[in-house]
Design a binder for this molecule. Structure first.
Ligand SMILES: O=P(O)(O)OC[C@H]1O[C@H](O)[C@H](O)[C@@H](O)[C@@H]1O
Length: 451
């Protein structure tokens, strides 16, 4: 049984049946390119059958290292950015809680994330939060040379060395990186760090179900076997050729038809704060995969009902180039009966027979209808519950959909050439060796910036 259901009820007034039929031949081509590994970027499609073929030795090593961290430290600092950060963060929030670290008892190891920006203040504050608690570090970088991660690693390595000496520090570091390339792999070999491999055939944003996401999650006590099992089962559903039996195809096709009608921004919405980072993970997945050659749907997100009191006005009545995909959870872990009171001083007596979750679900239904009436096409992805199997399936659903979507756009969904532009400018301005020719040009452009 599938843990997720795709509901396109809110598209009825925006897409006609024949439009799906007209897109069918292109969908077939996209599926074939993926299946036969003959499309652009095919070298990065190992995620397609990854979970069902997961290497038992690698799984055992992840569990063994997780145990070592749990025994050694009260805190694990996970250093990484983009695909080397967002998957573990979203899964931790989704499966445990955004308050996981506050709720952790003495037996549990807290998990903090670093190296996902360049803020000195944030780094200082994290060091303050860690205080004198014992900590280990999992530095994650596929390329092994991303500036944000490498710099944060330097700070935490320095702190580890001060506390535990050079050898003691090395015993508290786990490096997750490419098997042979990059400076992090070289350092790992030289210093004999414990290490795990980021598979070369899986890009960062598709890597949550590799050692990249699995080690931090195992340290937090997540059942990583079940996460993989959910994704392995999902392979069967979302690789199906039949449009009616494959919701990932339906979602990909709907997005594409909407885009052609001028709906160029997608809002991934949720009704649970523990799904906020799911949207952040999804934004990288969609944005880096589709946004190239001056094409692609702009990925944005909304957290309800919070944002209804913020930019909800825009969604209801602003420019009509938006569509909405709402991730909804069918069965939440803990509901609350609304407290009964004498009288009706706060005007809420009419809700006394309901639970808070019923109010939340009803609000979600109401908002969907209001947005449809306001001209915002609406899709929903219902998740059975926030458990490992469901999340494994949800991850695979979106990965498959964006891969299909990329081929519908006739772009390579698995590269990200545009990300280099900011790096070139930053490295030139910082005076990195090798960028000498560019340094003066960039500095000259900034000279009059504040005049
Ligand atoms: O894992 P890393 O090599 O450090 O890369 C981290 C991230 O940064 C890059 O700039 C890419 O655009 C992302 O796709 C990647 O996930």
């Amino acid at each position: 049984m599938n843990a997720i259901q795709f509901d396109s009820f809110g598209l009825r007034s925006f897409i006609k049946e024949h439009e799906y039929e007209e897109l069918a031949p292109q969908l077939k081509v996209a599926q074939t390119l993926l299946k036969e590994k003959s499309g652009a970027g095919a070298a990065y499609t190992d995620w397609i059958d990854w979970a069902s073929n997961f290497d038992g030795k690698c799984l055992a090593k992840i569990k063994q290292l997780a145990k070592k961290v749990q025994q050694q430290s009260r805190v694990l600092v996970v250093i990484g950015i983009g695909g080397s950060y967002l998957g573990a963060k979203m899964a931790l929030d989704f499966l445990k809680s955004p308050w996981y670290n506050d709720l952790a008892d003495d037996q549990e190891t807290k998990v903090y994330f670093a190296g996902n920006q360049l803020s000195a203040m944030a780094l200082n504050q994290l060091l303050q939060v860690i205080g004198d608690q014992d900590f280990s570090v999992n530095v994650i970088s596929k390329s092994g040379q991303t500036t944000e991660a490498a710099l944060a690693f330097r700070f935490f390595k320095d702190e580890l060395m001060k506390r535990y000496g050079q050898d003691g520090a090395a015993k508290r570091i786990i490096a997750t990186t490419d098997a042979s390339q990059g400076t992090l792999r070289q350092e790992t070999k030289a210093a004999s760090y414990d290490n795990l491999v980021v598979p070369s055939g899986i890009g960062g944003r598709f890597s949550v179900l590799t050692a990249v996401g699995l080690l931090p999650l195992a340290v937090a006590g997540v059942a990583i076997d079940e996460l993989l099992e959910g994704a392995a089962q999902a392979e069967k559903t979302y690789q199906k050729e039949s449009f009616t039996d494959n919701p990932a195809l339906q979602y990909a096709a709907s997005r594409r038809i909407l885009y052609d009608k001028g709906y160029t921004t997608e809002i991934l919405a949720n009704w649970e704060p523990s799904l906020q980072y799911f949207s952040e993970w999804w934004k990288q997945l969609m944005g880096e995969s589709e946004g190239k050659n001056r094409k692609g749907i702009y990925p944005s997100s909304a957290n309800y009902s919070t944002d209804l009191h913020s930019f909800g006005q825009y969604i209801q009545e602003g420019r009509r180039d938006l569509f909405e995909t709402v991730v909804r959870v069918d069965q939440i872990e803990s509901d609350l009966a609304i407290p009964k009171m004498v009288g009706d001083g706060d005007g809420l007596a009419y809700l006394e027979e309901k639970t808070l979750e019923e109010v939340n679900q009803t609000a979600a239904d109401g908002v969907a209808l209001a947005h449809i009436d306001g001209g915002v096409p609406n899709m929903a992805v219902y998740v059975a519950k926030q458990d490992e199997k469901s999340l494994g399936e949800l991850i695979y659903f979106f990965e498959m959909a964006v891969a299909i979507s990329g081929y519908l756009f006739a772009i390579n969904p698995f590269n990200q050439p545009g990300v280099e532009a900011y790096k070139t400018a930053m490295f030139a301005l910082l005076g990195k060796p090798g960028y000498e020719d560019e340094t003066e040009k960039y500095r000259a452009r900034l000279r009059h910036k504040r005049e």
